[in-house]
Ligand binder design. Structure first.
Ligand SMILES: [Zn+2]
Length: 92
């Protein structure tokens, strides 16, 4: 599976998850505090990494150790440059 196909697949899942942020968005008037945006970003990054095959174990830990966590596009760039193997997705 290519990175773009994989990305499209989990993006669909994220769209469904975004409904959970709605109560806070209503309370915070569209969320001016940034909590929802930050949580969403970190959740997405974790899901992206969790879905990966174990061959990405090392680069996955490297990404998760970063503080602050890299953006999704940065993480994807790190993953695609990390190994010679094509993307292998196990489960998610
Ligand atoms: Zn907020």
């Amino acid at each position: 599976m290519s990175i773009s196909a994989y990305y499209a697949k989990i993006k669909n899942m994220w769209d469904q998850l975004s409904t959970f942020a709605k109560p806070h968005m209503a309370k915070c008037k569209g969320c001016t505090c940034g909590v929802v945006a930050k949580e969403k970003k970190e959740k997405r990054l974790c899901q992206l990494l969790i879905g990966l095959n174990e061959t990405y174990g090392v680069v996955r830990s490297n990404i998760l150790c970063k503080d602050p966590l890299p953006s999704l596009s940065h993480a994807c760039a790190l993953l695609t440059t990390s190994g010679s193997k094509p993307w292998e997705i196990s489960t998610f």
